[in-house]
Design a protein around this ligand. Structure first.
Ligand code: KDG
Ligand code: MG
Length: 419
């Protein structure tokens, strides 16, 4: 499709070798749903990209299968930037989580192919190692403050240097972030959304008590984080940030919905608790005002929902100009393919902050063999060429798609609220 220039035709990895001959969308549910794109070149070298959008998986699978894959066949897998621009500009309809997750899947698969053809791990293609490992934070949650504190203690014993803590709120049925039935926390648990009830005043009085207790039980040697999950208005978030100041949080996350980026000015004006936001963003345009006005400290948009490495690299560079650091989303709905790609990015990116890390289910790890490993509070990538994550397609086929949606939240009077 693209005419090779003379230098592009030179082996190894000639234009003919790099020609995309097949692209397959693989939907599998080993513990939870994942959408994976496998792009195969004429040489047989293939790359993998994650396209999982929690609760809306099949929308991205169709976007890829019906609208993207036919455009890939015959194209040069080495023209990563051109393919990105083709899928973004060429679609006319820009941005949005479905589009950007689909573009990300293609982009990450092409970077994976480039790494494999060059015989280099992805972090080396990006510019090489900036650190020995990526600081990660784990998720501790409990039905009450005592149980949450015990959980934080367990993660510290496992070697974690940073822990996110959430606890039940008295009188609130199914508060965000709390596991049910002794299972690991997994929000998308039912075919139709579970209804949860929200009460802001009770939450605002509980959370400072949680962190007071955590500092009393565990001291100041551990980084503590908290996710508000978009539940507060800007002035309520400002109040919580101020109440948390004595407990020195690493960050307060998603304090208020951020479609209106200027709303963070209110939060920022009133508190020095560091702010993180952006796991639901999908473009640099979702955070331009937040970053250039230094209204946040950490940007959470990760590879899969933000258009892949090609776009997130631009976002991270822009953030770096304003002393905003990365703090990539890494819940269980980000597949090991995203985790692998994100960790290579974390290993390189100069303005790295932290990486979220929730353990995947054993079945997930078996379907997606990978070479990253946890050691001493950090995740370490391996030196396998590409992003270091593969898929066992035969095993994946044993776990058919199972529809699951994220919960919704209502106030006690029945009004819909932000989940
Ligand atoms: O798909 C939604 C989850 O990834 C999200 O609820 C988890 O907020 C989350 C987090 O910070 O990990
Ligand atoms: Mg979050």
């Amino acid at each position: 499709m693209n005419t090779p220039s003379p230098s592009e035709s030179a082996r190894p990895g000639s234009h003919r070798d790099r020609e995309i001959v097949e692209a397959r969308v693989i939907v599998t549910c080993p513990g939870r749903n994942f959408v994976t794109l496998k792009i195969v070149t004429r040489s047989g070298v293939y790359g993998l990209g994650d396209a999982t959008l929690n609760g809306r998986e099949l929308a991205v699978a169709s976007y890829l299968q019906d609208h993207v894959v036919p455009n890939l066949i015959g194209r040069d897998a080495g023209r990563i930037e051109d393919v990105w621009q083709f899928l973004y500009r060429g679609a006319y309809w820009r941005r949005g989580p479905v589009t950007m997750s689909a573009i990300a899947a293609v982009d990450v698969a092409l970077w994976d192919i480039l790494g494999k053809m060059a015989g280099l791990p992805l972090y080396r293609l990006l510019g090489g190692r900036s650190r020995e490992g990526a600081l990660v934070y784990a998720h501790a949650n409990g039905r009450d403050i005592g149980e949450a504190s015990d959980e934080v203690g367990k993660y510290i014993e496992k070697g974690f240097l940073a822990v996110r803590a959430q606890c039940g709120v008295p009188g609130v049925k199914k508060a965000y972030g709390i596991a049910s039935g002794g299972r690991p926390y997994e929000p998308a648990e039912s075919e139709l959304p579970a209804e949860t009830v929200w009460n802001t005043p009770r939450y605002l009085e509980t959370v400072p008590r949680l962190f007071e207790r955590l500092r009393a039980d565990h001291g100041n040697g551990v980084e503590l984080l908290h996710d508000v999950h978009h539940r507060l208005t800007p002035i309520e978030a400002a109040r919580l940030g101020r109440d948390l100041e004595p407990h020195r949080l690493f960050w307060m996350e998603d304090a208020t919905p951020a479609e209106n980026q200027t709303s963070f000015e209110i939060v920022r004006r009133h508190t020095v608790t560091p702010l993180a936001v952006g796991e639901v963003f999908n473009s640099i345009w979702d955070c331009k005002h937040l970053i250039e006005n230094q209204l946040i400290d950490y940007i959470r948009t990760t590879i899969v929902h933000g258009g892949g490495i090609t776009h997130i690299r631009r976002l991270a560079d822009f953030a770096g100009l304003h002393q905003v650091r990365t703090g990539f989303h890494g819940a269980t709905d980000l597949s090991p393919v995203t985790m692998g790609a994100a960790l290579h990015f974390d290993t390189w990116v100069p303005n790295f902050g932290i990486q979220e890390y929730m353990f995947h289910a054993e079945e997930t790890d078996a379907v997606f063999p990978h070479d990253y490993a946890f050691r001493d509070g950090r995740l370490h990538v391996g030196d396998t060429p590409g992003h270091g994550v593969d898929i066992d397609e035969a095993l994946a086929a044993k776990y058919p798609y199972a529809p699951k949606q994220l919960p919704v939240a209502r106030l006690e009077d029945g009004s819909m609220w932000d989940w």
